[in-house]
Design a protein around this ligand. Structure first.
Ligand code: ADP
Length: 355
């Protein structure tokens, strides 16, 4: 696309760059922002709306769950003014309902900016895909369960006197493979439910019990692999609000991975710290690590750095996708730092429940 030379604008306020070639007038900037399909609202550092573009004006009467959308925007703006970025999907009432992705971001010199994008079409496409995966997984669950029981029976009978010993390794392999498929189906169903139902069971929970439960889930694998898990509660007086099952699942996925990708004798540390707004849970291992080229992609579903190793350790390639969705549902984020051959640190940042 070729951009035409900007027409000369006689603006109200204008700023020039040092060499004097570029004039950026406020009027011109407003015209540009008004042409955007997404809503933009600028809030000053006292929380007062300073300006909104045309698309944001068009949304002003929208309602969500019978309440004005402005209330949600105000809350998000306040959160951004306190320095915390916020992102939410908001369903706008109507026939049909629409889905807006709303982001509120703090600005460097104070104030905040709120951006609203209509993602209805993308949301519906994602929903069709997720429903399809969930339905298929559901249909597969029963026959795969039956195959697994049949394979176990064949293996047991072949091991008995008079049985055919040649069948034993084949039947055992069938049992293993059917367990693998069941595991993938369970993860696909979990991912589908997390993606589209969001956080349904909102409860307030203490961070210590949450982390201990997640660690307990990974403990049997750690014992089998000879890996130590250490918990460090630098701050233990933290409450979170959200879906406890989802959060335990996210943390235990990270701890299980840390154990899976460690060597015998290694230690995995689960460290809990906090700042006034957020709780941080770090899962630190000294295992195989992840090289830079793979680091950005490990949160994609079915992405594995080493297919064979993941398969051998019973991995499905869905664990980190589940973690990312859980954190999205809770207004938090997951990040990773890693050095190949030295280990990885996965960090969960979750807003604290401040009562
Ligand atoms: P999987 O079930 O294969 O472990 P995940 O989605 O949990 O799938 O992780 C995706 C990929 O990221 C893994 O296959 C592995 O290659 C890599 N990975 C995840 N966690 C770690 C870790 N702690 N150390 C090294 N590699 C990891």
């Amino acid at each position: 696309m070729i951009f035409r030379r900007r027409p000369r604008v006689t603006g109200v306020v204008s700023a020039s760059s040092e060499n004097g070639n570029t004039h950026l007038s406020l009027a011109f900037l407003r015209t540009a922002l008004n042409a955007l399909p997404m809503g933009v609202i600028v809030v000053d550092d006292n929380g007062k709306e300073w300006w909104r573009n045309r698309a944001a004006h068009n949304q002003a009467d929208a309602q969500t769950d019978g309440e004005s959308i402005e209330k949600v925007l105000q809350q998000m703006g306040q959160s951004a003014l306190r320095g915390r970025s916020d992102a939410q999907q908001v369903t706008v009432d109507g026939a049909p309902p629409r889905t807006l992705e709303v982001k509120a971001l703090p600005m460097i010199n104070g104030g905040a900016i709120i951006v609203m994008e209509d993602i209805t079409e993308q949301f519906l496409t994602d929903k069709v895909r997720t429903d399809f995966v969930a339905n298929i997984s559901h249909e597969l669950k029963t026959p795969v369960g039956a195959l697994s029981v049949l394979a176990e029976t064949i293996a047991a009978e072949s091991e008995e006197e008079g049985g055919n010993p040649d069948l034993v390794p084949l039947a055992r392999r069938m049992v293993l493979e059917s367990h693998r498929v069941s595991h993938i189906i369970d993860d696909l169903l979990e991912l589908a439910s997390i993606e589209f139902r969001g956080s349904e069971r909102y409860v307030v929970m203490g961070i210590v019990s949450l982390v201990n439960e997640a660690v307990a889930r990974a403990q049997p694998r750690a014992d089998r692999n000879g890996v130590n898990i250490k918990t460090e509660f630098v701050d233990s007086d933290i409450s979170l609000r959200g879906d406890d099952r989802q959060l335990v699942s996210a943390i235990s996925n990270l701890v299980e991975n840390a154990v899976k990708y460690s060597e015998k004798g290694d230690t995995v540390i689960v460290r809990v710290t906090s700042d006034p707004e957020n709780a941080t849970i770090e899962v630190i291992d000294e295992g195989i690590g992840i090289s830079a080229e793979h680091l950005d992609r490990v949160f994609e579903r079915f992405y594995r750095v080493d297919q064979a190793r993941s398969r051998d350790t019973g991995g499905t390639g869905l664990g980190l996708a589940i973690v990312r969705h859980v954190l999205n549902n809770h207004g938090g984020e997951v990040n990773v730092r890693s050095t190949e051959g030295e280990g990885s640190t996965f960090t969960l940042t979750i807003p604290k429940f401040l009562g």
